[in-house]
Design a protein around this ligand. Structure first.
Ligand code: FAQ
Length: 315
């Protein structure tokens, strides 16, 4: 005879697992709010990786050497891989990948604000690696300890690959900074454009972040948006000094009392505009994704037909 656990028992077990810092696995009962939060966050992350292939993908055919092209191709391919692990993680929570893509292309699910800015020069490839992947690592390393097992495990490999991405960006910029004056100016101009949007990647300030408190309580998030943003600023300033570039923020300065860098106010109106679909490249990014999905319909149909045929033969 098997005893059926009441919802109260299941909830107590869930809370106990979280309080002991153990992992929630797909077989476990979770409150509906936890499931919804995890699907939202992982789907947004997956969409970001897939949409995030576009700004750099734009430079694959125009990379200045075979070496740079091979590196960039590998990086963009890694991003596709990250998107796929993450979509698989949402499936363990009962989400359907086709439905998530539909939500993305119809604007019902978000992706990171950062990928709505254009890549105007090849220096942008380096700056994305250095600052955007740098911010992604800062945000994602703590997520390796996130309470949802499949997400936390996916994050370990993703972070390793993001570290390679960041180093390639820094190395590219270092090479340009040792080049001609025009190259150095190109790097500085790209840094000026990407610095503030990189700070926005961490999400709204804690006081305006509706999800942080609950996600911290469920140990999905381990730090608040503002804590991680500060960590990113603190780690980026010495790197900028090594590179020989400056950040476009006159208020950026070391605060010995706090033991952190102070920095100027982020333009949260710009962030809201970009997140609500009015950034410089939102329409282009989503349309490109929609078209790619439509162009791939025959592949999905062929794969489904092959799977059906294989099953029939086996039966
Ligand atoms: N952009 O209450 P919070 C990458 C939304 S991967 C757009 O603070 P939360 C790799 C948020 O979803 C980059 N939307 O939310 C790469 C929420 O939406 P709702 C992506 C944003 O979840 C590198 C609302 O605003 N990384 O870069 C943004 O507690 C290079 C309220 O916000 C991840 O997704 C934003 N920046 O904290 C690829 C990491 N920020 O409720 C290619 C995992 C917030 O209205 C090239 N995610 N929102 O539906 C997280 O850590 C969290 O979800 C945060 C937001 C920190 C992003």
């Amino acid at each position: 005879m098997t005893a059926t656990l009441s919802e109260k028992d299941l909830e107590a077990h869930f809370e106990h697992t979280i309080s002991k810092d153990q992992r929630i696995e797909p077989r476990d009962w979770v409150p509906e709010g936890y499931r919804k939060t995890m699907i939202r966050m992982i789907a947004q992350h997956a969409h970001s990786e897939i949409i995030g292939m576009q700004p750099e993908g734009n430079w694959i055919t125009r990379a200045p050497s075979l070496r740079r092209k091979a590196i960039l191709l590998a990086k963009v391919q890694d991003e596709a891989g990250h998107g796929l692990y993450l979509y698989s993680a949402t499936e363990t929570l009962g989400a359907d990948r086709g439905d998530l893509t539909e939500r993305l292309v119809t604007g019902r699910q978000k992706y990171s604000s950062i990928f709505n800015y254009p890549t105007l020069t090849f220096a942008d490839v380096g700056v994305i690696g250095w600052l955007v992947d740098g911010a992604a690592i800062c945000n994602q390393v703590p997520l390796c300890r996130s309470s949802y097992g499949p997400y936390a495990r996916a994050m370990i490999r993703i972070c390793k690959e993001e570290s390679f991405h960041q180093r390639q960006g820094f190395e590219l910029l270092m090479t340009m900074m040792k080049g001609t004056r025009a190259q150095r100016e190109m790097v500085q101009e790209a840094v000026n454009r990407w610095w503030w949007p990189s700070l926005m990647m961490f999400g709204p300030p804690d006081g305006d972040s509706p999800n942080t408190a609950q996600s911290m309580a469920w140990r999905i998030k381990r730090h608040t948006n503002d804590e991680l943003r500060q960590r990113f600023v603190d780690m980026s300033v010495p790197q900028a000094e090594i590179l020989g570039v400056t950040f476009p923020d006159p208020e950026l300065k070391w605060n010995a009392e706090r033991g952190h860098y102070d920095f100027g106010a982020v333009d949260w109106d710009e962030f809201k505009q970009v997140v609500s679909g009015n950034g410089p490249c939102n329409a282009e990014r989503v349309e490109h994704r929609r078209q790619a999905h439509e162009d791939g319909a025959w592949v999905r149909e062929a794969a489904a037909a092959h799977a059906r045929k294989t099953q029939e033969v086996a039966a």
